[in-house]
Design a protein around this ligand. Structure first.
Ligand code: GLC
Ligand code: CA
Length: 536
């Protein structure tokens, strides 16, 4: 068996740089702010940071529209700041992963300026240009952000494709020169010491060669809707090519955002892992973000996800990111919402597969209510009030109980959550029983025992009676995890007579010993137990 690598064993923490920590009072988080908080991240115990985009951007989509891949946006700092971040992070044994936004660039990128300048410019085919059909857009493809995916460019009298905003023209992945330029840029950052990349909307890079119309369907969540504009099989050829660039370096990784509509599509996500060695290292499956609070639904998620993973592949799990409502809000539960968030944390950090945390999740942050006037996300502006956009899950990190939660000395770019008086790092660090300390203990436990990071997962209770339970095993090391998703007390009779010890629990002390796995569970109890010895 191959050696288990850092990105399999470790815990990865996503930072949305605009909202993490502002160092100069302009209300926008920045790289120096992240450097200031490395001691916190090291205390928490994470292994790597995934930074949402920090490259130069006009910010139509807050960094997911890059106009210069080779530099840092001045709002976030300089290349020197970035080098310092890498160096200091490494001194804490924390790795840095960048966001690679290469389905599209900003419309202000110099490549696009050249491309749109004339039909025979040598970068014309780096983007996707088409003639009108009967005086209209070339086909019926829709932008993910609403409206036609085609924008008319009067200068050269053709349409260009944009799967997102019109300020985000799609690159043409069928063009080998374009691809080589992307690989060159990747090497630039790998040489600087980044440990890998998160690939933005990786399943959208390649489009149908014939630009066929997407099937017409009335079902709003029908995957057929995007048949020809996403998930084209040719993508895998290019991902294999890209993987070779990563493999020129030691110990680097990639994780793909494989975007699918509810209920999620584990087979699609897993297909980006290739044979487990020749495409991406990890891929997100968003099924869990579309599930309701139910042990059965969570269990079915892991079952399907593990089944889809190729033999040499590895899974990963994520409860929240910058595009979805925060986990704690999604799980609902009213006054029980914190209990649910705690149980979800135990789940995330004890199942097999690399856990990704989203900043603030470790505090139990919820979605922030934002008035229409303060919405800045283009999606929220467009669809309010049917959809209020993504700002609510992107509000500033809460550091202490001072004004603006200690995020900035100026005026924050998005409102600060009103819960900041108690829901903040300083307060929760000092509270042994806080959700923050639960996360920290879970991360430490996961790191300490191989069974909990690389060990096999053996299911025991499959969601029946609103309970999930599983063993994690590595050689002689054996753990048992039990999660009561219900607001009621429950009883389990899982047998296994032996000497067991509670290692971590939302309800029990670590001094408790058990002689079998027959237990009474408190409402929302999540407990991690280790086998100490067999009975003779
Ligand atoms: C991804 C990003 C999202 C962005 C979109 C377009 O889904 O996560 O924030 O708006 O791609 O780049
Ligand atoms: Ca700043």
């Amino acid at each position: 068996m191959a050696e288990t690598l850092w990105w399999q064993k470790g815990v990865i923490y996503q930072i949305y740089p605009r909202s993490f920590k502002d160092s100069n009072g302009d209300g926008i988080g920045d790289i120096k702010g992240i450097i200031d908080k490395l001691d916190y991240l090291s205390w928490l115990g994470i292994d790597a940071i995934w930074l949402s985009p920090i490259n130069v951007s006009p910010m139509y989509d807050f960094g997911y529209d890059i106009s210069d891949y080779y530099n840092i946006d001045p709002g976030y700092g300089t290349l020197e700041d970035f080098d310092e971040l890498i160096e200091k992070a490494h001194s804490y044994k924390i790795k840095i992963i960048m966001d690679l936004v290469i389905n599209h660039t900003s419309h202000l990128h110099k490549w696009f300026n050249e491309s749109r300048s004339s039909r025979d410019n040598n970068k014309r085919n780096w983007y996707i240009w088409r003639d009108p059909v009967k005086g209209k857009a070339p086909n019926n493809w829709r932008s993910a952000f609403g409206g036609s995916a085609w924008e008319w460019d009067p200068k050269t009298e053709q349409y260009y494709l944009h799967s997102f905003l019109k300020e985000q023209p799609d690159l043409n992945w069928r063009n080998p020169d374009m691809r080589q330029s992307i690989y060159k840029m990747m090497r630039f950052w790998l040489d600087r010491g980044v440990s890998g990349f998160r690939l933005d909307v990786v399943n959208w890079f390649v489009k149908d060669e014939k630009f066929r119309n997407n099937p017409f369907t009335l079902k709003p969540l029908d995957p057929e809707k995007h048949k020809y504009s996403r998930n084209r099989p040719e993508i895998h050829e290019y991902i294999k090519e890209l993987r070779k660039v990563i493999d020129e370096y030691d110990e680097r990784m990639t994780v793909g955002e494989v975007f699918s509509l509810p209920p999620g599509d584990p087979e699609l996500s897993a297909s980006f892992l290739g044979d487990g060695n020749n495409e991406l290292h990890l891929a997100f499956d968003f099924s869990i973000m579309y599930r309701l609070w139910s042990a059965k639904q969570f269990y079915n998620y892991i079952k399907k996800w593990y089944k889809a993973i190729p033999e040499n592949g590895w899974s990963c799990h994520v409860l929240s990111n910058h595009d979805q409502p925060r986990g704690r809000s999604r799980f609902m539960g009213g006054i029980d919402s914190e209990k649910r968030a705690r149980l979800a944390a135990v789940f995330l950090l004890t199942v097999k597969g690399t856990p990704f945390l989203y900043y603030g999740e470790e505090l139990g942050m919820k979605n922030t209510q934002i008035s229409r006037r303060k919405i800045v996300d283009p999606l929220g502006k467009k669809y309010w009030p049917i959809y209020r956009g993504r700002d609510s899950a992107r509000t500033p990190m809460l550091w202490n109980s001072r004004e603006y939660g200690g995020f900035t000395k100026g005026r924050p770019w998005l409102p600060v959550d009103s819960g900041y008086k108690r829901l903040n790092v300083r307060y929760q660090m000092n509270d042994r029983y806080s959700i923050l300390n639960l996360y920290r203990e879970l991360i430490a436990l996961r790191k300490k025992f191989k069974a909990l990071n690389e060990g096999e997962l053996i299911p025991k209770i499959n969601g029946f009676n609103n309970i999930i339970a599983y063993f994690r095993q590595y050689e002689d090391e054996m753990f048992f995890v039990v999660l009561n998703f219900s607001s009621k007390e429950k009883k389990i009779n899982a047998g296994e007579r032996a000497q067991w010890k509670v290692m971590l629990s939302t309800h029990r002390t670590n001094r408790e010993y058990l002689t079998s796995l027959s237990m009474n569970l408190a409402p929302y109890e999540a407990t991690v137990i280790m086998k100490i010895c067999e009975f003779k």
